[in-house]
Design a protein around this ligand. Structure first.
Ligand code: FAD
Length: 289
């Protein structure tokens, strides 16, 4: 288990109550020896400044490395490079480089100046600013807007060839989909490590809505299991933790050893995977208290 690496994704909290929950989760997860934390950027076109502030706060109070997500959709090259430069200046060495979901006003950016045309282009641009450690996104079930499975994998190859250090998958629930995807990357000559993005199903209804938006299919077995426990908070908690542990274990059995956990700003109990001896002292937990 010692070669298994876990990173944890958070989104910038929107108000004081969610901010407290966020820091509690950070403090909890810090005790499980995280590889790094990541903070999403401008999801649904909002909160970009908040995202940079949260990255800065995390860098100040936690010893865990922090990756800033950065999306180029809707911004000019100059605008996005300014943010990247600022991130570098505040001590960020890791970027998750993304297109971002298309916004209604995305075309307006082209009126303001030149824009990045692809994530590969973006990765190259970022590497001219600083030798960032760069992660990109990938899609075991194919991105819903991709022209074809082949086009999707070619796009991923271009991102990797541009210098990405790893590719993090969209969440998925079917391990065979992940294995087929890994086979496709091998056939395409992609040697960049593929990191399994795992969503603990803590809130079934929320998960259904996310899965619908990003095209992740949900096995009937999972639907049945969650329907059986619906309304019983204790049983729901037991179920999601069991499903999460089992899913990660099965992936480890299939030689996957890098995981990116979509925390949704909730604590995740990783004691099943991380031994007590490995646990470092949590600094930010103290900052929250
Ligand atoms: P690409 O590599 O360009 O797209 C992936 C595939 O979809 C390619 O095949 C591409 O051709 C196709 N595609 C995408 N958009 C289009 C389009 N408009 N027309 C035609 N084909 C298209 N979003 C955020 O806003 N903020 C975040 O912080 C964030 N973090 C993420 C982290 C991870 C690990 C993942 C998996 C996704 C994240 N996303 C985030 C969502 C991501 O921005 C969307 O999935 C976006 O639609 C594609 O981004 P990409 O970087 O994969 O782009």
């Amino acid at each position: 288990m010692t070669n298994t690496a876990f990173s944890y994704e958070f989104f910038p909290p929107a108000n004081n109550v969610s901010e407290r929950a966020f820091w509690r989760s950070v403090g909890c997860i810090e005790t499980f020896d995280p590889g790094y934390f990541s903070v999403t950027y401008g999801a649904l076109g909002s909160g970009q400044a908040r995202s940079v502030r949260v990255v800065k706060d995390l860098l100040e109070v936690s010893d865990v490395p922090v990756a800033a997500h950065l999306t180029f959709e809707g911004a000019t090259i100059e605008e996005i490079n300014t943010v990247a430069l600022h991130l570098k200046e505040i001590g960020v060495d890791r970027i998750v480089a993304l297109r971002g979901d298309a916004r209604e006003d995305a075309r307006l950016a082209y009126d303001r100046g030149p824009c990045y045309e692809s994530v590969a282009d973006f990765v190259s641009g970022l590497l001219k600013i600083h030798p960032f450690d760069i992660s990109v996104a990938c899609y075991p079930e194919v991105h819903p807007m991709a022209q074809s499975e082949q086009a999707d994998i070619e796009e991923l190859k271009a991102k990797c060839d541009a210098g990405a250090n790893r590719a993090i998958t969209q969440f998925f629930f079917n391990i065979d989909d992940f294995e087929r995807f890994r086979d496709r990357t091998v056939r395409a000559g992609i040697t960049t490590p593929i990191v399994a993005g795992v969503l603990p199903i803590r809130d079934y209804q929320k998960m259904i809505s996310f899965a619908g938006r990003c095209g992740a299919s949900i096995p009937a077995r999972i639907n049945k299991a969650y329907h059986r426990v619906a309304g019983d908070a204790a049983a729901e908690k037991k179920l999601w933790q069991h499903e999460f542990n089992t899913f990660v274990e099965q992936l480890i059995e299939r030689e996957c050893n890098q995981f990116h956990i979509y925390t949704l700003n909730q604590p995740v109990d990783m004691s099943h995977f991380i031994s007590v001896e490995q646990k470092p002292i949590a600094r930010s937990a103290a900052a929250v208290a």
